[in-house]
Write a protein that binds this ligand. Structure first.
Ligand code: SF4
Length: 335
């Protein structure tokens, strides 16, 4: 554990946490809403600092990132806790529990993590993922700094529910982001995630403006966020604010946690895919076997560039500079 950043001391030993848009007021002895930060006698403590609850080598495609060093592996870590409470959470065992519940954790210092990342073969660097990495802000900042010093890459997979000032600190040492845009409706965020949409849109705009690599994921849940008009509005917004080349992943929903809803029908995903492709150059369907919708094609000459089967990646007509070998269009900078 370590003292948290971004908090303000208040009367009676209470504190105000300013890390994320919840801006929790936390009484002495109590946890914040994310169950990761606790007020100990007027000092806000990150209780998850160095407590790694999940650690794996994953294909970078699994984050998902499809235009960021395709085919590479990345050391991926998570802790516990989350500042959102989505009833459909696909990773609820980590995100919705806390260190008082029986999730086994392993202690790691940022130095140990950076050293492990360097030691692994074919490893791109470190991804902060699985639960919401924002709630492990202090560890992530330090570990990312060390990983970068070793000339490796860093990735954050996030719900985007973070205040602008801490996000700007992360931008110094995080190379690539995948941000969940859960729906384009504030009522959805309020009802199903106990949060709000605007801070997420704001975080996406800040990341896009920074020039860091950005991909967006939308988990398509039948009847909850699959309205075609709303989806088209979301794609228009992405194209306008972050550009037509922003990668959008449509992820198939399977029932998890508190939401007993049927899995997303493939036809729904195909329809939304077609809508998105009218507005964005790179759209993929994930969580479902469909090579046609998970492979990369040149938006100009339609050549197959990278073929994907699940997380297996085969490069065909893409140059070492990330250009289409047929027409020369630049597809991705990081390859
Ligand atoms: S990071 Fe946690 S404690 Fe801080 S405001 Fe967000 S939910 Fe509350």
């Amino acid at each position: 554990m370590t003292e948290a950043q971004f908090y303000t001391p208040l009367e009676n030993n209470a504190v105000g946490c300013n890390l994320c848009p919840r801006n929790c007021i936390i009484e002495a002895g109590k946890f914040g809403n994310c169950k990761a930060r606790r007020n100990r006698n007027g000092t806000l403590i990150s209780e998850v600092y160095g407590k790694i609850a999940a650690l794996n080598s994953d294909p970078v495609e699994k984050k998902p990132l499809y235009h960021f060093f395709p085919g590479k592996e990345i050391l991926s870590i998570g802790t516990t806790g989350c500042n959102l409470h989505c009833i459909f959470c696909q990773n609820f065992a980590l995100s919705q529990c806390d260190i008082r519940q029986p999730v086994s954790v392993k202690s790691f210092s940022p130095e140990e993590l950076a050293a492990l990342s360097l030691k692994k073969k074919n490893n791109l660097g470190v991804a902060f993922t699985y639960n919401e990495p924002t709630v492990n802000f202090e560890f992530m900042v330090r570990a990312a700094e060390l990983v970068k010093q070793n000339n490796q890459k860093t990735v954050m997979v996030s719900n985007g529910y973070i205040n602008p000032d801490p996000l700007k600190i992360l931008l110094k040492n995080i190379d690539a982001f995948n941000i969940d845009l859960k729906a384009f409706d504030d009522n959805f965020y309020k009802k199903y995630s106990k949060a709000s949409l605007d801070p997420v849109k704001n975080a996406i705009k800040i990341i896009a403006k920074s020039g860091k690599h950005l991909e967006i994921t939308n988990l398509v849940i039948p009847t909850l966020n699959d309205d075609e008009f709303e989806f088209a509005e979301m794609c228009d917004w992405i194209a306008k604010e972050t550009g037509r080349d922003t990668v959008l992943h449509l992820s198939r929903f399977f029932p998890r946690y508190e939401l007993d809803q049927y899995p997303t029908p493939p036809e729904t995903l195909f329809t939304l895919f077609d809508i998105a492709k009218e507005k964005l150059n790179y759209v993929y369907i994930g969580n479902m076997a469909t090579e046609l919708h998970s492979s990369t094609y040149c938006p100009t000459c339609k050549t197959l560039l990278i073929e994907r089967t699940y997380y297996n990646t085969r490069k065909h007509a893409i140059s070492p500079e990330g250009k289409c070998s047929q027409c020369g269009k630049l597809i991705m900078n990081e390859i």
